[in-house]
Design a protein around this ligand. Sequence first.
Ligand code: GFB
Length: 314
Amino acid sequence: MTVAHFALGGKRIWIAGHGGMVGQALIRRLGHEPCECLTAPRTIDLRERAAVDRWLGENRPDAIILAAASVGGILANATRPAEFLYDNLAIATNVIDAAHRHDVGKLLFLGSSCIYPRDAAQPIGEEALLSGPLEPTNEAYAIAKIAGLKLAAAYRAQYGRDFISAMPTNLYGPGDNWDPATSHVVPALIRKAHAAKLAQAGSFSIWGSGTPRREFLHVDDLADACVMLLQDYSDVRPINVGSGEDIAIGDLAKLVAEVVGFEGEIATDPSKPDGTPRKLMDNSRIAAMGWTPSISLRQGLEQAYAAYLAEASA
Ligand code: GFB
C-alpha cells in the first residue's frame, strides 16, 4: 500500500449524499476536524452528468466522500432493481469522472458488503470480490457498487488519482429510513417493536426465517472509519469496514424487543425473503490500521431507538 497522508486541515470536503444517514454522520464527525464540509443543494440531481459537472466546477472541493446512493432493504432491492442499478451507476459515473476532470485530490467511494459473492467463505476478505455469483435479492445494487469501485480503481490506475473505496457492512443509526416497507432490518424492527408495544399487541413479525446472520455497524463508527481512511488509506483495493461480529436476525429481533421494552412474541413470516444466509466481513486490514468500532450493538440500538422516537415526533 502506498502511504500518502491526506491532511484535512483547511480542506473543503464535499459530502455527496449529505441528507442520508451516512452523509449526516459524516458531517457530525467531520465537525471535529479542521476542515469545511460542502453540501450540494437538493436541486442538484447526481444522476445528471451536466449538473454534477457544473456544481463541481463552481465549488472545487479538495476531496469528496461519495455517500450518495439509492438504497433500501431486501424487499426494496428485490422489487426495484432498475432504480437501484441505474441510479447508483449514474451517481458513481458522474461523480467519479467529474472528480477526475476537476482535479479533486482525494475521493472516497462507499460501497456495501453485498458486493461479495453470496456463498463467499466467512469472514469475507476483500479478495473474495468477483469470485462467485451474487445474492439475487440485491444483485442490481451490488453490480452498481462493483462498477463504482472498479471505476475509482481505473481512474487511479490510468490517471494516478487518489481515489479509494470502502465497503461498509449493514449500517444503522440516526437518520435511517424508518419506513418498514423499504427499510433495512434494524429500523424496521425498531419501528415494528415500538408499534407492537404501544398497541399492547401479543406479537410482531420478522421477515423470513430469522436464521440469516448479519454484521451490523453503527453509522457513527462508519463515519469515524471514513475520516481515518480519507487521511491514511491510499490503495487500489477496496477495504472492509465492519464490527467483526454477526448475529442471527431472530436474536437481533429479541435484542431490539428488549431495548424497546416489548415483551410479547416474535413471529416469522416465511413469505418474505431471507437473502444471503450469512454476511460477516474480515475486517483485519482496517484493524491493522488501528481502527476498531466503539459502539456495541446494544448501545447502538438504544441510540437508534432514541433517534427514532425523536425523529418520529419531530
Ligand atoms: O437489512 P436487510 O433488508 O438487508 O435484511 P440485507 C436483512 C435480513 O433481515 C434479511 C431480515 O434476512 C431479512 O429477511 N428481516 C427480518 C427484515 N425482518 C425484516 C424486516 O422487517 N425488514 C427488513 N428489511 N428485513 C441489504 C441489501 O441486504 O444489505 C442492500 O438489500 C445493502 O443492497 C444492505 O447491501 C447492506 O442484508 O439482506
